[in-house]
Design a protein around this ligand. Structure first.
Ligand code: NDP
Length: 448
């Protein structure tokens, strides 16, 4: 059978065995469609069924999370941890608390994480988890009780050499603190390396908070440089206004660009003077308010809940909110307005149709598993500091992050060319680079 026929068969079987997991199908399709040239070069991977093994998580944990709200009412949520691949190191990937979380979403995120983590060149496997819990509008006490109940079950599956979660949507330093506290209490161990994204004051790494957003901007900068361009003086739009978005905005501004729009799930703000980051942080991080509160404090800006943030003309777009947020119509609008580069700060924010439109229009496109790998890379640096009971300075850590992002960019280009694509086919290059690292380790470990 031809390699392409084999890939189609494997994909059809994955869809059949995992019905209703549309995001997982989408993530698998993107990776498998990149792998034909790598499988031609390594026919032994067909025989050892590496692809089928990679697409089946090593372990999936689904559990009940009972907790009591502030009114004394009992609530029940569902928790997930998908331990996808330990070929390169302990399972590593964040926890997402959002009402939309289900097994298919956690599996797509965990699957992406395998290749992303491999791309960093660090010794980390792939996993992801979360719960269908909505922290919005919940008191600190409720969030704490929820996190404690979540960790009471999950702790038995974790360990600094086994599985190391971090944050994601809805899980920031407050939640990581509650989760760590409960883990410490149950195990009677101050095992700092069991969670990353900890505050710097008690075992966290400098730059971890900033790393995903900063890294995505470094990646955009590297892509632009291949065409002799920089971020200086460019207009950018960023979707989202959470952890990734805020630090992407900060870095674009530091490099001389102007971010004129950002969003949350209620709409978007356009501020032609450039987003005021202090104000944005106060609205979203301290007051945990809706984005419309930004324009109440800054009347020259405007808020809209019609269309999307990608309707705002820009040179660079950084989708940093959630999966499939940037569709065909958005891509058409961006291309029409002359966008030069799109770098995914979020995981799979662009639909396959949107990615096709960018490629056709020769827009530089950095897929999430390459462009947002700075977060997990810095988590791996946090684990390294925890293991050696050391703490590096902000400047030293940021330097290492920048080096990792440059390497991911260069290696993705090189792999794309080696395997017959254009050097700026970063989807092809990132998928093949990540896959070959994992496949080599899996082969060495035998059929396990
Ligand atoms: P946060 O929870 O800090 O922020 C998420 C932002 O996205 C908020 O502005 C939120 O708006 C918006 N958002 C979330 N869900 C939706 C939705 N369904 N529709 C529209 N807007 C939505 O999360 P992060 O910044 O940590 O994560 C953002 C993305 O980056 C995710 O895709 C995540 O997987 C990815 N990522 C994160 C990493 C990290 O280190 N944190 C690492 C690598 C990738 P609202 O406040 O209204 O909900």
């Amino acid at each position: 059978m031809s390699v392409l026929g084999y890939i189609e068969d494997v994909y059809a079987e994955i869809c059949r065995r995992n019905p209703t997991e549309s995001e997982f199908h989408q993530a698998v399709a993107e990776v498998l469609h990149s792998l034909a040239p790598a499988l031609h070069a390594h026919p032994e991977y067909l025989e050892s069924r590496i692809i089928e093994r990679l697409c089946e998580p090593e372990r999936q944990i689904v559990f009940r999370i009972p907790w009591v709200d502030d009114h004394g009412d009992v609530r029940v949520n569902r928790g997930f941890r998908v331990e996808f691949s330990s070929a390169l190191g302990p399972y590593k990937g964040g926890l997402r608390f959002h009402p939309s979380v289900n097994l298919g979403i956690v599996k797509f995120l965990g699957f992406e994480q395998i290749f992303k983590n491999a791309l960093t060149g660090m010794a980390i496997g792939g996993g992801k988890g979360g719960a269908d819990f909505d922290p919005k509008g919940r008191s600190d006490g409720e969030v704490m009780r929820f996190c404690q109940s979540f960790m009471t079950e999950l702790h038995r599956h974790l360990g600094e050499r086994t599985d190391v979660p971090a944050g994601d949507i809805g899980v920031g330093s407050r939640e990581i603190g509650f989760l760590f506290g409960q883990y410490k209490r149950i195990t009677n161990r101050f095992e700092a390396g069991v969670l990353t994204g900890k505050p710097v004051a008690w075992g966290g790494s400098h730059v971890r908070t900033e790393a995903t957003g900063y890294g995505a901007v470094y990646f955009a900068q590297e892509m632009l440089a291949t065409r002799g361009k920089t971020l200086d003086g460019r207009r950018a739009v960023v979707s989202g206004s959470g952890n990734v978005a805020v630090y992407a905005i900060e870095k674009v501004q530091a490099l001389g660009g102007s971010v004129v729009a950002c969003s949350d799930s209620s709409g978007y703000v356009v501020d032609e003077n450039g987003i005021d980051l202090d104000l944005l942080k106060e609205v979203k991080e301290i007051r945990r308010a809706r984005l419309s509160a930004y324009v109440e404090a800054r009347p020259t800006a405007r808020f809209s809940d019609r269309g999307t943030v990608f309707d705002v003309p820009c040179d660079v777009a950084l989708p940093c909110a959630t999966q499939n947020e940037l569709g065909e119509q958005d891509a058409v609008a961006l291309v029409k307005n002359g966008v030069l580069a799109v770098a995914e700060g979020a995981n799979m924010p662009c639909t396959p149709e949107a990615v096709g439109i960018f490629r056709e229009a020769d827009v530089l496109f950095g897929p999430g598993k390459a462009a947002n790998a700075g977060g997990v890379a810095t988590s791996a640096l946090e684990m390294r500091q925890n293991a050696s009971r050391d703490q590096w300075t902000f400047a030293e850590t940021e330097d290492r992050l920048a080096t990792v992002m440059r390497q991911i960019h260069a290696q993705s280009r090189a792999a794309a060319e080696t395997y017959g694509g254009a050097p700026d086919d970063y989807v092809l290059g990132a998928n093949i680079t990540g896959f070959l690292r994992v496949a080599e380790a899996m082969t060495a470990h035998g059929i396990v």
